[in-house]
Structures are given as structure tokens and as C-alpha cells.
Design a protein around this ligand. Structure first.
Ligand code: MG
Length: 210
């Protein structure tokens, strides 16, 4: 019998911007750090983020997304750009108090990072629409105030390095999504907050917390 329910996966890179590392715990990684979220974490089409009740604090982390467009294993960095075709914007929602407990105990992160709805994903735009992917500005507003502002020029590990590294361990497949890390400014959300995300001046995300 064949497995029919073959879904995409969501790969998230952590600690990829110095500003965020400084507000977190200060250790700069020597190689990309990543974890996975299941496909059930997806929140799409600007649907609300429903605050779960299992934690006290849920933080936004705005991140540039890559959409994988072909199967690849052990991809060399110089070919990595051919494995993604589109760019989007996402929020890696994190149950921060639960994450702190997981970190203290050395436990896995699935409950603080992989819960239902925790991967907010925008529409995707073909990468040819962006003049310079290594200089992409992006930002997040909370109730109209800018809370995060980043530029892909500040990534510790660029898109090609991330794809090459991850694919040493995990085969990338068409439709997989990579979250490429968040800049400084993470913070908590509460019910009725409105989050809007931008790449340059173009709006990619606009949703509410419910
Ligand atoms: Mg993140």
C-alpha cells in the first residue's frame, strides 16, 4: 500500500541575525541551526492566529521564506539558488515560556514551535521580481507600529548556505518552505492585535490574533 498523504515540510532556521541572537542568548552558531514544523502548523491566506491556551506568552518572529521548487539532496552551495523559485514572508510563532522550559531541560522544541497554526505563511512571489535577494528589506508592524525590521544582507548564513547545509541531512522536496531566521524585535501578541508584514514597501501579511 502506498502512503498517499505526502505533505510538504517546514524548515526553520534559528539564530541567523545578530540582533536577535543578542536579545536571546548571545551565542553565534558555527553552522546553521534548524528545526521542523509539521504541515499542520500552517496558517495561510491571512487567516487569524488563534492564541492557544497552553502557554502564557506567544511571540511573533517575522522571517523571509523560501519555497523549494525541486528535489535535492547534498546540494552544493553554488547550485543552491536553483532549488528555490519564490520568496514569501512568514511568522514563526513561538510559545516563549514553554521554549524557556524546554531549553532548561534540554527537551525538544516541537511543543513550543510546531503547534497548530504556528507557521504563518504569506503568498509567494517569484524570485525574479526582486532585484537583489541578498539585500531584501522586510518588516513587521504590530497595531501599526513597526516592531521588527530586517535586511537579508545581515543574515549570518545566506539562502544558499542554508539550503546546502539542510540538504546534507534532509532531502528537500518541491513545496517545502524554509523560514530563514528573524531579526531583532521579537515580542508577545495578545488577542485582537493586528500584524502586518512587508517586504520592501509591499504588504505580504495582514492578519489578526484571535
Ligand atoms: Mg524563528
Amino acid at each position: 500500500m502506498q502512503l498517499k498523504n505526502r505533505k510538504m515540510k517546514i524548515i526553520c532556521v534559528g539564530k541567523n541575525y545578530l540582533g536577535h541572537i543578542r536579545e536571546f542568548d548571545g551565542a553565534v552558531p558555527e553552522a546553521p541551526i534548524f528545526f521542523l514544523k509539521p504541515d499542520t502548523a500552517l496558517t495561510v491566506r491571512n487567516r487569524p492566529f488563534f492564541l492557544p491556551d497552553f502557554a502564557k506568552r506567544f511571540d511573533y518572529e517575522v522571517e523571509i521564506l523560501l519555497r523549494i521548487c525541486k528535489v535535492g539532496k547534498c546540494i552544493q552551495e553554488r547550485f543552491a539558488h536553483t532549488y528555490y523559485d519564490a520568496i514569501g514572508l512568514g511568522i514563526d510563532f513561538t510559545a516563549r515560556d514553554v521554549q524557556s522550559r524546554c531549553r532548561e531541560k534540554g527537551e525538544p522544541w516541537e511543543i513550543c514551535k510546531g503547534f497548530d497554526g504556528s507557521a504563518v505563511v504569506s503568498r509567494f512571489v517569484h524570485k525574479s521580481n526582486f532585484p537583489d535577494l541578498s539585500n531584501l528589506e522586510f518588516s513587521l508592524t504590530l497595531n501599526g507600529e513597526t516592531v521588527q525590521h530586517g535586511n537579508t544582507a545581515d543574515m549570518i548564513f545566506n539562502f544558499d548556505r542554508i539550503i546546502s547545509y539542510v540538504s546534507q541531512f534532509i532531502t528537500l522536496k518541491m513545496g517545502d518552505i524554509i523560514f530563514t531566521g528573524t531579526p531583532a524585535g521579537i515580542g508577545a501578541v495578545k488577542i485582537n492585535d493586528r500584524l502586518q508584514g512587508f517586504i520592501g514597501n509591499e504588504k505580504f501579511l495582514d492578519f489578526r490574533v484571535k
